[in-house]
Design a protein around this ligand. Sequence first.
Ligand code: HEC
Length: 405
Amino acid sequence: VSGYWLDWLNLALRWAHVVAGIAWIGSSLYFNWVDGSLNDPPRDPESPGVRGDLWAVHGGGFYHSQKYLVAPDRLPEPLHWFKWEAYTTWITGFLLLVVLYYLDAEVYLIDPRVADLGAGTAVLVSLALLALAWLAYDGLCRMAPSETAILWIGAALVALASWGVCQLFSGRGAYIQIGAMLGTIMAANVFFVIIPGQRQMVTDLAAGRAPDPAPGLRGKQRSLHNNYLTLPAVFTMLSNHYASTFGHAWNWLVLLLLFAAGVLARHFLNLRHRAGSAPPVAIAAVVLLGVAAAVALPRSHRSAEPEAADGRPVDFADVQQVIAARCVQCHSATPSHPSSPVAPNGVAFDTPEQIRTWTERIYQRTVITPTMPAGNLTRMTDDERHLIARWHGSGYATSAGESQN
Ligand code: HEC
């Protein structure tokens, strides 16, 4: 029963996380678009101090936005802030991390074939890395001499993090961990830098002082970093659908390539708003996506499936036995493993018919990208994976010596 209610808590948190994330990223994309599209100098300034303006039409009405540098003369009322989108996204995301990856660390976070961590250790390492990510990034922003330095040192740190985290956690857990580190950096940028800077400007205005431009510029820098981190972070959040990425032996490299593709895609959109179009940047993003797909290509697709070549017939009863021993704890109408109140993704292997429905995915998830059993909790052996590979090679025999195509 507890697993069942955790599942609904998971549902509610994920729903809230996605909605808050859309609101946060949506407003971030919107304001970056506004910044990139402003007429500079403004065409129709309505008051002094306006640095740029733009007209837009949306939802059946015309909108006139004006940007002030540094600020208008008097504090306008009411003044709208954008911060709860970011905070809510981080809080729901963190709780989701706890409900799924910490409470079920053996299933989702740990893979003994990667590193045989205890659940408590894995959770502590994960929490420490969240804090470390922010400290390293924030330190870099404060100390680096230029944006170029931040870009290259930051890229090196992301590469190091991607490689390191993939040596600690299951592929799936590692990708989410890195996504959580990015999300933490982004939310902390809002909480520790952008909002306090804005608060200081507002305080100055309210006191009748000319606001210092420095906090605004710092906020703008962090906001732009967040803008570039958005697409990579969103991919990591969706990555658990793609076992062919996180399940690959070079999963850290695949992630880096996808990261670079995301940053370039973002750069393309930013350039497009500002300077018209930049096709080479878009092409580079697509090429990187292709390179990632090539790197992640399973080895048996490159060579001619050597494991199937020995031609020994496979007895379906053996396959069934392996699945009964290693999979039905979770994949059943009545799962016995506490992490699965119902069959995961509705995939159950109780009957030969059900197993036959899933032959190709069983092969994919146990042999091509060996991400099942989850966390290898049921300790599937290499021999058993080899049996599944031979079963695949024989066209998924459904009884002794028989083969079906
Ligand atoms: C500890 C629980 C657990 C065990 C044991 C387990 N699985 Fe899974 N399985 C999951 C979870 C959770 C998901 C959904 C998340 C995902 O796709 O990674 C899943 C999803 C799947 C899917 C559907 C997703 C897709 O790729 O289409 C397949 C197929 C699958 N598992 C095969 C297997 C096989 C084969 C075994 C045994 C060798 C196995 N699983 C053992 C928990 C488990």
